[in-house]
Design a protein around this ligand. Structure first.
Ligand SMILES: [Zn+2]
Length: 260
């Protein structure tokens, strides 16, 4: 794991309406070749398509954004838009009502990126900052789906302090810089923060935390602009800002791979 940033956000409210926000982003393990990881790479998945799964989203220059992973040449690392981006949810500690919020957050990211995020159902895989990007026994010979789970600082130390969410993806570069891409990721959400927000009538902010972390998963980094949801502190925004949307659209325009 290579933490890119771990920005704790004070839970003290900056607005009268709500507790604010929360995030530590994280890059999961970066695998540069199969030899160093000892994993081998899975084959092109059966559900890969010759063209995009969903229509591309027009990129409108409208605000600041940053890509979390930038490949040599300045190209952002992205998921493959010609394959579904699978995810699983460990709901063992999921707060009541969070499932619907998560579905909304996933849908918002799919709409903004043009990436097909596909729910593979539930899992008992625990959150793990060092989780393997290929898990043959659990998921078969494919890139492990993005894992979304709920915990607290005791169960997942990265959620310590005021951090309410941690999200990121794994970058693999199987055959050189040109083929770098995101293949799997993880989102850890703080049970206590989400429960508190929902209980106080701020489900929209709980959903915004999920959207922020999923933004990291698809490749966005933090920006120092409070009008964007990717600002490291939640300032009460409940939807993506214009820069977020530009970045998400860009990240949905990745390369379709045929090598692995
Ligand atoms: Zn963040």
């Amino acid at each position: 794991m290579t933490p890119s940033s771990r920005t704790a956000t004070a839970l003290t409210s900056v607005l009268a309406v709500a507790v604010a926000g929360v995030c530590g982003s994280v890059i999961l393990r970066q695998v540069h070749d199969s030899g160093s990881a000892g994993l081998g790479y899975p084959p092109v998945p059966a559900d890969a398509r010759p063209g995009r799964v969903l229509a591309p989203v027009a990129v409108v220059s409208s605000g600041p954004y940053l890509a979390e992973h930038v490949l040599p040449g300045g190209v952002p690392a992205t998921y493959d838009p010609c394959r579904p981006v699978h995810y699983v949810v460990n709901s063992s500690a999921m707060p009541e009502g969070a499932g619907a919020l998560l579905a909304d957050a996933v849908a918002a990211v799919s709409v903004a990126t043009g990436l097909a995020l596909v729910d593979d159902g539930s899992t008992d895989e625990p959150l793990d900052p060092h989780r393997d990007v290929v898990q043959h026994e659990r998921y078969g010979n494919r890139w492990a789906p993005v894992l979304i789970g709920f915990s607290d600082a005791r169960g997942y130390p990265a959620l310590g302090g005021d951090v309410a969410g941690v999200g990121g993806s794994s970058l693999v570069q199987p055959r050189g810089p040109a083929s770098g891409r995101l293949v799997s990721g993880q989102v850890a959400l703080d049970v206590d923060v989400l429960t508190d927000l929902v209980a106080r009538g701020h489900a929209d902010q709980a959903r915004a935390i999920m959207m922020h972390e999923l933004g990291h998963v698809v490749g966005l980094d933090h920006v120092q602009d409070q009008a964007q949801l990717m600002y490291p502190r939640n300032r009460g925004l409940t939807s993506f800002g214009p820069g977020d949307l530009e970045g998400l659209a860009v990240l949905g325009h990745g390369v379709c791979h045929t090598d692995t």
